[in-house]
Design a protein around this ligand. Structure first.
Ligand SMILES: [Zn+2]
Length: 86
């Protein structure tokens, strides 16, 4: 299981060229609007707003001291194997 508080960064991977870029939740900088490798457009206006809300939700619910429950996510076995966590 992964707690939201365990999530420190989000990785974007281009489906076209598989280049990856990571954004730290605590230091997001700007949204990756296009692939920095091949230039494929990743985000339209509505995606930018959804990502902004998604990151805000993670930050809000990651702090379990503010609420009487802890949110945890299960991941597929292949994800566990690739990141070494459970
Ligand atoms: Zn790309």
């Amino acid at each position: 299981m992964i707690e939201l508080g365990d999530i420190k960064a989000i990785e974007f991977e281009c489906k076209k060229c598989h280049a990856r870029v990571t954004r730290l939740l605590d230091d997001w900088l700007q949204h990756p609007l296009t692939c920095s490798n091949c230039g494929e457009q990743w985000m339209l206006r509505e995606n930018i707003e959804k990502i902004r809300e998604f990151v805000a939700c993670i930050r809000q619910f990651a702090n379990s001291e503010l609420r009487p429950f802890i949110l945890k996510f299960d991941v597929t076995p292949s994800a566990r194997a690739s990141n070494g966590k459970d």
